[in-house]
Design a protein around this ligand. Structure first.
Ligand code: CTP
Length: 480
């Protein structure tokens, strides 16, 4: 990649270059990858020259043939993740808001943060900014902020505003329509849905004034999550007033954004993880798949508003929020669960399905015999992807497979695309040296009937988001 992209970066002015270097370091990416990520995520990049810029800095991959820029790339980029404006109020629960940023991002959302003056006694703008990947906003009269975005744009460039922790004071100022600091001004200026996660001492929560203000906010259409009851930060204090846990807030956000993203109204099926084929009651044939990529895709599709069914083999991962998970062990169970989930608009087969299973499963543990090791008699498992792609009824509009390869990655993936009858294949090199199997990053090549597109190394979450963007764009294009 280096040459053309570094020329592009060299042309940036000093200040931008410095900001880019800091962002890239924060994310552990190269400056070129950071540019690519920024461009991909930018909601308002529609111009063809942006697409061209992305193409220029796309990384050519190993055995990949050079490709023409994909058609309608600029349009595809208009599909973007849900944008959350997180307003952090001044309470001890503010420390949980840092975790909340990560969890919202794990759900495929982009987070921008505002900290009130009081919040900065508990967490720093630096910490919030580092997690968000852009500086946190603090000051209504900060000339740089007003020049960059301004409180009106902060309020408008979001799909949803979350206030966590929402203190008694912030709730009172919201109810009164104040605009005396950046948080209050943005809340007054927004026309987006607002979710508040109150956190305060139980007596302040029970106070008539607080309840009056809350009733006003509910009447104004503001949604509330929590507070929970339990021990307070103050020693010996307990009752209602603890901020809802970040997972609860993410679930409330997901419920509010459901039906609002680029995949709203679409049903998406994802298979993930390994399958496990029993030999006897204690032994299985398994593989090293962690399920991270499949789970990330399911989460990103749900965050984009899709109704998602995740069919998962045995994994050590939490269920992503706001989707239904069907847990299976064997390939045969996975096929049955997949067929039961039909019809769907899009099916993504990310599971590492065992190709073979023992013909017979021993009911008791196979013991060592003097005659030597037993011979496993194997039979082939059903090919789930191929079965679904070749269906004559209820075939999903878009069937996407993965190709886990250790050599001739793209050539093998092209052969798989034809053999399995799917529409797209994401090919990745799972040789031990790549660290992809079980790791947090992935390098994929998107193989379609019209060509091969190599994506740069990026986190599995970013691969998932990019794939969801492509899916949404393809469905949109098919409509026209
Ligand atoms: N797949 C499937 N059912 C199977 C085997 C594979 O649905 N029994 C799907 C996987 O989920 C993946 C794609 O087929 O989307 C390719 O899987 P991969 O393991 O790369 O290839 P195989 O089909 O198993 O072929 P080979 O092992 O020969 O490379």
């Amino acid at each position: 990649m280096a040459q053309t992209s570094s020329i592009t970066i060299r042309r940036l002015d000093g200040r931008l270059k410095k900001e880019l270097r800091i962002r890239a370091a924060k994310h552990g990416r190269s400056m070129e990858d950071e540019v690519r990520t920024i461009l991909r995520a930018a909601a308002d990049i529609e111009q063809a020259d942006a697409a061209a810029a992305i193409q220029r800095i796309a990384e050519p991959g190993g055995d990949v043939e050079p490709e023409a820029p994909p058609r309608r790339r600029a349009k595809e980029l208009t599909v973007r993740p849900t944008r959350v404006l997180l307003i952090i109020g001044g309470g001890i629960a503010a420390y949980k808001s840092l975790d909340l940023i990560r969890r919202l991002q794990d759900g495929g959302m982009r987070v921008r943060a505002i900290l009130t003056d009081a919040a900065q006694h508990f967490v720093t703008p630096l910490a919030a900014g580092a997690l968000c990947g852009e500086r946190a906003h603090t000051d209504l009269f900060d000339p740089q902020s007003e020049f960059d975005v301004g409180h009106i744009r902060l309020a408008r460039d979001a799909d949803l505003v979350v206030v966590a922790p929402a203190t008694a004071d912030l709730i009172a100022r919201m109810a009164g329509g104040h605009a005396d600091d950046l948080a209050a001004a943005a809340l007054l200026a927004t026309d987006r849905p607002i979710l508040i996660a109150p956190a305060m001492n139980p007596r302040m929560w029970a106070a008539k004034a607080t309840q009056r203000n809350l009733a006003q906010l509910v009447a104004d259409g503001v949604r509330i999550v929590g507070p929970n009851s339990g021990a307070m930060a103050e020693r010996g204090e307990a009752g209602i007033g603890r901020m809802a846990e970040p997972v609860e807030i993410v679930a409330a956000v997901a419920a509010m954004t459901h039906g609002a993203g680029p995949l709203a109204g679409k049903r998406v099926l994802v298979t993930s993880g390994p399958t496990s084929e029993p030999i006897d009651p204690v032994r299985v044939i398994a593989n090293r798949s962690s399920g991270k990529q499949g789970h990330a895709i399911a989460a990103a599709a749900a965050a984009a508003g899709a109704d998602v069914v995740l069919v998962s083999g045995p994994v050590n991962l939490p269920d992503p929020p706001s989707l239904s998970v069907v847990r299976v062990e064997t390939a045969q169970q996975m096929l049955a669960a997949v067929e039961k989930a039909l019809p769907v608009d899009v099916a993504i087969f990310a599971a590492a399905v065992a190709d073979w299973r023992p013909r017979r499963v021993s009911e008791s543990k196979i013991k060592k015999q003097p005659g030597g090791a037993p011979v496993l008699d194997l039979v082939e498992n059903p090919d789930i992807l191929s079965t679904i792609a070749h269906r004559s009824s209820d075939r999903p509009r878009l069937v996407i497979g993965f190709a886990a390869e250790t050599d001739r990655v793209v050539a093998n993936a092209k052969a798989k695309l034809a053999k399995k009858g799917c529409d797209w294949i994401l090919a990745n090199d799972v040789s031990p040296g790549t660290g992809i199997m079980g790791g947090d990053t992935n390098t994929v090549h998107l193989v379609t009937a019209s060509g091969v597109e190599s994506w740069p190394p990026q986190s599995k979450d970013d691969v998932a988001r990019a794939l969801v963007e492509r899916i949404a764009a393809a469905l949109e294009e098919a409509k026209q």
